[in-house]
Design a protein around this ligand. Structure first.
Ligand code: SP5
Ligand code: ZN
Length: 343
């Protein structure tokens, strides 16, 4: 399997994450990618290639223009305001503060576009996010060109980013870029299967009112887990998209038997939908050793579920999302990909 990867991910190297009331070293760090590349080399998964530059077209197909302008300028505006730390929101347009459109001041604008406050913006974030979108678009084209599968080694991740919201370590929704690109290239029906520990709220928001993209997510129950406000089993789609969103919230401590049961239910939905292609939002924060998550998957389980996904027989794009047990992230990711290839 071919992997697409950009060294520009390193430009996203924040020093801070707001966690439990403290500023800590971010869980979503550049070393994650180095471990994945090492495992790809060690197992001989296949070549690792740079992306083709696509400009902002693929991101514009799913994100709002004012949001992309904000991402492009936030760091410059933050430093121009005289702030010395990384960019973090302190105010939000909360329930009793309804208004339309982002305020002029960067302090207000950053809260307008943030869905969560843990994710610090630093210089280089926008360039890295654009490179990740290029990675997704380039890998999509490999699958559209007839490959059975490809791996988009995106960083920063994307599945929490909505049309006009960043957070949860995400800025451009790489999986949504891929799914939309498949649609635009003529795939009539695309399924996005999100196996990251966290609910893919951004991807759901982008596709919830559409019947051409089926979104399915297995995740920690939002009653307990980030992103807290979305991901319930009762969210099944909106308007024309009713019946084309499927959530599988699972309790803290979920092990592979229960997880795999939910996966089989989701795979049956993909098959019944008659998808022409599959995008997998691949987060391995379901691993038992993940520092911010609560599922109990073992490394061998990742290979098993890669094989189950392969049994759909669909052209498949894997898009990297979360996974914060850095020492094991490479083995867990490559186990999914080799499990898929060996099936
Ligand atoms: C892409 C992705 O996986 N994003 C996840 C973002 C989660 N950020 C907030 C995490 C808060 C977790 N707090 C749990 C502490 C456990 N001791
Ligand atoms: Zn996650």
């Amino acid at each position: 399997m071919r992997t697409i990867h950009s060294e520009k991910h390193r430009l996203r190297a924040p020093q801070t994450e707001l966690s439990g009331g403290r500023l800590v070293r971010p869980f979503e760090c550049p070393e994650r990618v180095e471990h994945i590349l090492a495992s790809i080399a060690q197992t001989g998964l296949g070549p690792v290639e740079p992306p083709v530059a696509h400009g902002l077209g693929p991101a514009r197909a799913i994100h709002a223009p004012d949001y992309l302008d904000f991402l492009a300028t936030v760091w410059e505006r933050w430093t121009a305001a005289g702030y010395e730390g990384e960019a973090l929101p302190t105010v939000w347009p909360s329930r009793r503060m309804g208004r339309k459109g982002a305020p002029k001041a960067i302090d207000g604008a950053i809260g307008w576009y943030a869905l969560a406050g843990e994710t610090a913006i630093c210089g280089g974030t926008w360039e890295a996010a654009q490179a990740a979108a290029d990675v997704a678009a380039t890998a999509t084209d490999i699958v559209l060109g007839g490959a059975r599968a490809a791996f988009a080694l995106c960083r920063p991740p994307g599945h929490h980013a909505a049309q006009d919201m960043y957070g949860g370590y995400c800025f451009i929704n790489n999986a949504a870029v891929a799914a939309q690109r498949m649609r635009d290239a003529g795939a009539a029906r695309v399924a996005v299967l999100d196996v990251d520990f966290h609910h893919g709220n951004g991807t759901q928001a982008i596709f919830e009112d559409r019947a051409d993209v089926l979104f399915l997510s297995l995740h920690g129950d939002p009653a307990h887990e980030f992103p807290h406000f979305l991901g319930g089993a009762d969210e099944t789609g909106v308007g024309a998209g009713e019946g084309f969103t499927a959530n599988y919230p699972l309790p803290p401590g979920t092990g592979y038997a229960a997880w795999a049961e939910a996966l089989e239910a989701a795979l049956a939905r993909v098959a019944a939908f008659g998808a022409d292609a599959l995008v997998v939002s691949l987060g391995v924060d379901t691993f038992k050793g993940d520092p911010i998550s609560s599922f109990r998957l073992e490394s061998a389980d990742f290979a098993d579920y890669g094989a189950r996904i392969a049994r759909l027989g669909l052209p498949t794009l894997f898009v990297m999302e979360g996974g914060y047990a850095v020492a094991e992230i490479g083995v867990n990711v490559v186990n999914v990909l080799t499990g898929f290839e060996g099936a």
